[in-house]
Design a protein. Structure first.
Length: 121
C-alpha cells in the first residue's frame, strides 16, 4: 500500500508544499478524488487524497474549515488545494485549523495538472 510520504517523494510532486502536520505522512493512500463540491465527504472512500481548486471558497476561505472537519471524519489521507487560479494562497487561519486537526494539507501550483496524479499515483 502506498503512503502519503511515498507519493510526496516522487519527483512529480516535488513542488507540493505541505502546509500542515508532517507526522501524518505515513497515512495510507488508496485513491485520488478530484472535486469542487462542499459535500464531497458523502461520496468518497477512506484513505483518499482529495484534490480541489477551492473554487467555491474563493470569497470565504473560512468555510474550508467545515470541509476539513468532514474529511477528517471520513479518514481522508490528505487534502490538496491548487492555488493560483481561484485563490492565490490559503489563509493562515485555515492552515492553522488543518494543523490542529492533524490533517495533512498541501498546496499545488496552478501549472500542475490533476490528471497527472492519477497516472503518477
Amino acid at each position: 500500500m502506498t503512503t502519503l510520504e511515498q507519493l510526496l517523494d516522487l519527483p512529480r510532486f516535488s513542488d507540493l508544499e505541505i502546509l500542515s502536520a508532517h507526522k501524518n505522512l505515513e497515512r495510507k493512500v488508496e485513491s485520488v478524488e478530484i472535486t469542487e463540491t462542499p459535500d464531497v465527504a458523502n461520496f468518497i472512500p477512506k484513505n483518499a487524497i482529495v484534490l480541489t481548486t477551492a473554487m467555491i471558497y474563493k470569497d470565504d476561505q473560512s468555510k474550508m474549515k467545515h470541509l476539513l472537519d468532514t474529511l477528517v471524519s471520513k479518514d481522508v489521507a490528505a487534502l490538496g488545494i491548487k492555488v493560483g487560479r481561484f485563490i492565490d494562497d490559503i489563509d493562515q487561519d485555515v492552515v492553522d485549523y488543518a494543523r490542529r486537526l492533524m490533517s495533512p494539507s498541501s498546496k499545488s501550483p496552478a501549472a500542475n495538472h490533476w490528471e497527472d496524479c492519477y497516472t503518477k499515483c
